[in-house]
Each structure stands twice: as structure tokens, then as C-alpha cells.
Ligand binder design. Sequence first.
Ligand code: ACO
Length: 265
Amino acid sequence: MTDGQTDWRAGGLGLAIDGSVATVTLGRPERRNAMTPEVWHGLAQIGSSLPPQVRVVVVRGQGPSFCAGIDLSLLAGAGEPIPPSDNPDLLQRIASYQAGYLWLRNSEIVSIAAVQGHAIGAGFQLALACDLRILTEDAKLCMKEPALGLVPDLTGTKPLVDIVGLPRAIELCLTARTVNAAEAMLLRLAELVVPVDELDAAVADLVAALLATDAAAARATKGLLQHATGHSLAEQAAEEQRAQGELLRSRRAAGAAFVPRPGSP
Ligand code: ACO
């Protein structure tokens, strides 16, 4: 794959890698980037084969919507047949779809969802799977699954509760109401809200700022932060000691400076 060029895969899923930045594009704008099993499998495949130099992953959608969720034709019985609910194949099937989302939290990378227009159901969960979200002013988020007789099962429930808290998560999911960009900002579902035509520039600015930080320190710090919620203060303090020791030791072993100069890779 040539640097920076988008490699298109099944389901209209695109991947471009440019140095330390991978851009994943949902590319079925004529269907508002509705997702099929091919897309979920494709996302998992991207996650498992990401080159080690990638530090930032941007997830975006083509056209007016980030993603309209599951392709509704699947709910009407198209595509892979759904095994009966007591069949272990069903759980494996869902796990294989979830694999398309879970890697976006790996501590080796920082993932950014660039969300314009609608992010519904599986699409909202994809935005939630990312570490950070930049929304445009026309963004609309909706956890539609319960309204369609389903539960959100693409890893979105935990980040939703972590971000907005349990009462608000219950209210949002069980009413399946739409959250606009202004409310998303208040609920901390967006790190930033920008005008539609400024989305690419805002993402580029954030990517540049993330890449300006020392790579090893960034990875170790993300790992630390991710585990903070589940730790007591004493446990987390011990984790900080361990992480700092490991970081400095590996830097010394590589013959590098004790603390790298700002901007060095
Ligand atoms: N699955 C399949 N096709 C879709 C989907 C979808 N999820 N969403 C949109 N499309 C298709 C439409 O049928 C339409 O096709 P057509 O041109 O052949 O008529 C085309 O994409 C454009 O859609 P419009 O509705 O015309 O676009 P608009 O911008 O007005 O609205 C919106 C966008 C709000 C996303 C609307 O299409 C919508 O509500 N889609 C369904 C969303 C949904 O319920 N998703 C399931 C969530 S639950 C889950 O993901 C598990």
C-alpha cells in the first residue's frame, strides 16, 4: 500500500496509512455508511494488522453522515443468517463484530472519531469506541438499538456509562433520543465541536498535537490513564512508579537521553 493512498476493502471500508497516522474511512455515503458484517470484520482486520509505527488512528465517514448504524437490510434477514440465541455461534459472531471496535482502545494508539451528521446505533458505538471525538455542529448521536428491540452490543455501553454516567446512559439508551452537538459537548461526548467545513482542519490540528508528544511516554501514559478508574489511589500511585521506571529503563537501554527533547519522535 502506498503511503497516504486509501486502500478500499469490502463494505466500502478504506484504510490509508501516512507515516504515524492511519485513517479509516467508512465509504458508503449513498447508504449513509450503514455497516455490514464485512465492515466489522474489515475493521478487526485493520486493527490486527496495524503497522507498529502508527500512533494515531482517525475514523471518519464519507458524505453527510458519519454512520447510520447497522445496514437495516440485515435486520430484515439479509446477509449472514443469525444463529438461534442459545447457539454459541451467536456469541462468537457478536464477539467477532466487537473485535472491529475493541482495538481502537489499544494503548499503542490514540483513536479519534471525526463525526459529522448522524452517528446512530452501531455508528454511535464506533464513535464511542474511539478515545476522542471531534463533532461538527450538525452532529446527531443516537443509541437506537433498544428502540429496534436490540441491545447495544458493539462495545458502546461501557464507554457511554464511563463518559455520561449511569442515569444519563439509561435515559439516552432507553428513550433512544437524539443528542445534538451542543448537548454532546455538555455530556462530554465530544472533546470539540467545530463547524462542518472545519472538521478536517480540527482533526489535523489534534493529530499534530498528539504526535508532538514523545511516543513512548504517550503510550505509557495512555495505559496508565486507562487503568486509573479501576484502581485505588494507592494502586494507581504504584502503577505510576512502575510505568515511570519501565519508561526510563527502556530509554536508557536504547542509549537515548534521560528525557527526550520536545518534538523528538
Ligand atoms: N441501512 C441501510 N440503508 C440506509 C441506512 C441504514 N442504516 N441509513 C440510511 N440508509 C439509506 C436510505 O435508505 C437511503 O437510501 P435510498 O437513497 O435508496 O432511499 C439512503 O441511505 C439515504 O438515506 P436518507 O434517509 O435519504 O438520508 P438522510 O440524510 O435524510 O437521513 C439518516 C439520514 C437520519 C441516517 C436516516 O437515513 C436514518 O434514520 N437511517 C436509519 C438509521 C437507523 O435506524 N439505523 C439503525 C441503528 S441500530 C444499530 O445500528 C444496531
